[in-house]
Each structure stands twice: as structure tokens, then as C-alpha cells.
Design a protein around this ligand. Structure first.
Ligand SMILES: NC(=O)c1ccc[n+]([C@@H]2O[C@H](COP(=O)([O-])OP(=O)(O)OC[C@H]3O[C@@H](n4cnc5c(N)ncnc54)[C@H](OP(=O)(O)O)[C@@H]3O)[C@@H](O)[C@H]2O)c1
Length: 341
């Protein structure tokens, strides 16, 4: 581990031990509809969904599997505590374009309300020990962290932009919230279009989060005057499932972490504490977008994120990829129709 990472880890532990993490102030969210991706129990998405529903929002959640069980768990916890519990859910796998398309189709046909807030929270870091020497690829051939954390989130966002634009007003713009990480500082603009560093899952995780910072800033530049505000944030160092899942390839260390997992709470944030900055960005009245947030306050992002030309090119190329998905889908439909005619 580089010395800078050790320093960051120590700073975060000291901060956790000696300062109280900020909590977002409650906001009335009745008549607001929110999508939160990646809400499996134990995650910050779960706590985000629960708080927003408790404040009155209609919350649509996603997980890759067991979505209905997650909906029921959230509803029963909210009901038990005497809160509103308007929760719906649908499965979503960001690495499969057809899953994103079918989620959006379901949402457009089922949820006949304006979409006020989209929280792109789902993400992975699948190699916590940094033992992969070669990229692991998604089914469609992209590096898995980049595909999930950046491309999948962008695919979903693009497909929902018209719904958000319809819901936003000058007084109350719609919001898109991207959950990045302070590790976006490991990302480099020079690596986005022509990667040349030796493979490291930590670097590409950081790269995927730098992609989200660029996306949030570019979305603000393109849609800020069209009544959408966009935010990107570091949630903190939080004891969730991400590290356990990231140890899939080393079952012994994974088992050990599962045993000591409750102890992590001593020096890491709880999922509820870790959810606060995204809840703040999603709800704080009048909050200006186009900025990076940490601990419920605006904070400096990596200087790499200042490069507007890179952000523009990345957005344009991502948009072209998303458009190519529609063309592929259309040609598959035509092929199926031709073969059944
Ligand atoms: N925990 C931290 O210290 C920390 C620090 C910085 C940033 N973050 C970011 O915070 C976000 C939430 O992470 P977390 O810590 O709450 O982790 P988590 O407990 O592992 O939750 C991640 C959620 O994302 C979902 N997900 C994973 N792959 C997906 C895919 N291909 N398609 C759709 N959903 C998928 C997971 O679903 P499954 O249950 O099906 O896997 C889960 O619901 C992530 O973006 C992460 O990068 C976390």
C-alpha cells in the first residue's frame, strides 16, 4: 500500500474516533419520487432508501437479486417505526444493457409520477486485496469496475434524463446524485481514453469514480439550465458489504472479515452514517449542484476533474455507446421478427 493511502486510512480512522459524523437535516419529501440503486441490506443504499422513505418520499429501489425481499424488509422496518413506507423495487444489473433497459421500461410503465431524484449509488470493488493482475471483464467485454460503476450508471442516467427534466422546475430542479469515492483521486485523465498503467483494480476503481466526477460536472454544465442539478460525493469509509464481496477470490480472508465485521464499526462509519452525504445532496433545499461533496459539505475534487475538454469527450463517447445499444437492440428485434415471420 502506498504511503499516501496509509496516511488517508489513518486520517479517516482518527476522524472517526474523535469527531461526530454529520447528519443531514430532515426534509419533507411527500410528493417526491426517488430512485436509489444498489440497496441490498447492510449497504449505504439501503439506509438511504429507508431515510428518504421515512421523510415521506416514494422510493424505488434496485438490487441485482432478491429485490422483493429487500422491499419487504424496508417496508416492515419503516412500518414498525411508525414511518411512511412507500417503497417499490425492481431488479437491475448495471453490467447488462438489457437489464438497464428493462428497468427503465418497467419504471416508465409502472411509476406514473414525476421522477425528482436519481441516486446512482450501486457500485463494486471486487478485488480488495489487489491481487488481480489482469482485468476481469463484464459479459460484454469491458473491465468490470469501469463497466459497473461508470458505464452502467451513465446508461441508466441517460435513459432517465427526460423523466428528470420533466419533473424539474426552476424553483425545485430535479437531482442526480453520483456516489463516487475519495479514491477518484487515483484516476488520471490520460488513462481514460488510452489506458497504459499496469492493471490494478484499485486504480481502475479510482478511474471509474473519476469518470463519475466528470459525469456529474458535465451533467450540470449541460442540464443545469434545464432544471436538473447534479452532485457527486465521497460517502466516507463505511462498514458495508463491499469489502466482504471484494474478497470473493480469497475465501479465508473473507471468512475472517465476516467474523470481525462488527468490529469495523469502531473505526469506520455505520451504513446509516455513511448514507448522510448522499441524503444531504439529494434533499438539502437550494443546494447548488456541479460540485463534489464530503461529510455533508462541498469539498475539493481532484484537479483532474477541472478538465472540461476531457469531461466533454467522455460524455460524448459515452452517449455514442448508449446510442449504439439502441441500434443493436433494434437490429436484434428485426432479426427475431424476420426469423419468426
Ligand atoms: N463502503 C465504503 O467505504 C465506500 C467508500 C467509498 C465509496 N463507496 C461507494 O458507495 C456505493 C455503495 O457501496 P456500499 O459500500 O454500500 O457497498 P455494498 O454494501 O456492496 O452495496 C453495493 C450495492 O450495489 C449493488 N451492485 C453491485 N453490483 C451491481 C451491478 N452490477 N448492478 C447493479 N447493482 C449492483 C449491490 O447489489 P448486490 O447485493 O446484488 O451485490 C449492492 O446493493 C458504491 O458505489 C461504492 O463504490 C463505498
Amino acid at each position: 500500500m502506498p504511503l499516501s493511502d496509509v496516511k488517508t486510512a489513518i486520517t479517516s480512522v482518527v476522524r472517526r474516533l474523535f469527531t461526530k459524523p454529520p447528519m443531514a437535516a430532515a426534509v419533507d419529501l411527500h410528493n417526491k419520487t426517488v430512485i436509489v440503486t444498489g440497496t441490498s441490506p447492510g449497504s449505504i443504499g439501503y439506509e438511504t432508501a429507508k431515510t428518504l422513505a421515512a421523510w415521506g418520499a416514494h422510493v424505488v429501489i434496485t438490487t441485482r437479486s432478491k429485490t422483493e425481499a429487500c422491499v419487504q424488509q424496508l417496508k416492515s422496518e419503516l412500518q414498525r417505526d411508525g414511518f411512511p413506507h412507500a417503497i417499490d423495487g425492481h431488479s437491475l444489473d448495471l453490467t447488462h444493457a438489457e437489464s438497464v433497459e428493462s428497468f427503465v421500461e418497467w419504471f416508465n410503465h409502472t411509476i406514473n409520477e414525476p421522477l425528482h431524484i436519481l441516486i446512482n449509488n450501486a457500485g463494486v470493488h471486487s478485488d480488495i486485496l489487489g491481487s488481480w493482475t489482469e482485468p476481469h471483464l463484464s459479459d460484454d467485454g469491458f473491465e468490470i469496475h469501469w463497466r459497473t460503476n461508470y458505464m452502467g450508471a451513465m446508461h441508466l442516467t441517460h435513459r432517465l434524463l427526460n423523466r428528470l427534466e420533466q419533473a424539474g422546475t426552476k424553483m425545485e430542479p430535479a437531482r442526480v446524485v453520483f456516489v463516487a469515492s475519495h479514491l477518484h483521486q487515483k484516476g488520471l485523465n490520460s488513462e481514460i481514453f488510452h489506458p497504459s498503467r499496469p492493471y490494478s483494480s484499485w486504480l481502475i476503481y479510482g478511474q471509474s469514480k473519476l469518470g463519475l466526477v466528470h459525469a456529474a460536472f458535465e451533467l450540470q454544465r449541460r442540464y443545469g439550465s434545464r432544471n436538473i442539478q447534479s452532485y457527486v460525493l465521497h460517502p466516507g469509509s463505511i462498514a458495508t458489504n463491499i469489502a466482504i464481496k471484494g474478497l470473493e477470490t480469497n475465501k479465508r480472508v473473507q471468512k475472517l472479515l465476516q467474523i470481525v465485521n462488527p468490529l469495523q464499526m469502531l473505526f469506520m462509519l455505520s451504513p446509516l452514517q455513511g448514507a448522510q452525504t448522499q441524503i444531504y445532496c439529494a434533499t438539502q433545499p437550494g443546494l447548488r449542484g456541479g460540485r463534489y461533496f464530503d461529510r455533508c459539505a462541498a469539498a475539493p475534487a481532484s484537479p483532474e476533474a477541472d478538465n472540461v475538454l476531457v469531461a466533454k469527450r467522455l460524455w460524448d463517447e459515452t452517449e455514442q455507446w448508449i446510442e449504439s445499444l439502441s441500434e443493436q437492440q433494434q437490429s436484434e428485434i428485426e432479426k427475431t421478427m424476420a426469423s419468426t415471420a
